[in-house]
Design a protein around this ligand. Sequence first.
Ligand SMILES: Cc1cc2nc3c(=O)[nH]c(=O)nc-3n(C[C@H](O)[C@H](O)[C@H](O)COP(=O)(O)O)c2cc1C
Length: 192
Amino acid sequence: MKIMVITSSPNKEGLTESCGEAAKKGIEKGNGEAIMVRLNDLNILKCEACEQGWGICLKGNKCILEDDFEKVHEAMGEVDGFVVITPVYFHDMSESAKMFFDRLRRCEANLHFNREKVNITEKKPFICVAAAGGGGSGTLSCLTNMERLFFHLNKIDYSNLKKFDYIGVTQRNKEYMLDAIEASAFKMAKGE
Ligand SMILES: Cc1cc2nc3c(=O)[nH]c(=O)nc-3n(C[C@H](O)[C@H](O)[C@H](O)COP(=O)(O)O)c2cc1C
């Protein structure tokens, strides 16, 4: 199984990165292939909300902006599952995660206009990970927003959602929660 691990922290040696490494380890132990995507290394512009709200994202299911977005969007179609990891910022996802997923959901939420296109997350399992500070306040709301994001990505038919895991990691519990991420990614890669 090919699984994309999307991380979204500016910190190359932080908790988000450790969560990504744990997911990669689990995927590879399960004989899967981990496709690592660090959103902060890419040039992802903010959504322009073209034409007073909707641009070609509504019916064309792609974005008009020229940056690294479409490259990742297309690569998502080639994989069999996802692990999305964000640091918790202000009880929510990081800015780089928001910028990317705000645009992605616009492209994927209205596929009923373009049925020959297949939803890139449809029937594919996903794990959401929120990596927080010591106290962990806002971990739950961050995970709730991530869950909502996948609902929007599958708005055309919610029954196609394949929720696999929602994991909250904090600086305090990381010792054992990194093992939980590895175990979850392992199971996903095994197709269990
Ligand atoms: C702007 C900002 C906002 C943050 N907001 C929260 C928060 O709401 N709740 C929390 O538990 N930690 C918060 N933190 C702490 C980070 O979630 C924590 O340090 C996490 O490990 C960051 O990920 P990183 O290690 O990959 O950088 C915040 C950190 C920053 C920089």
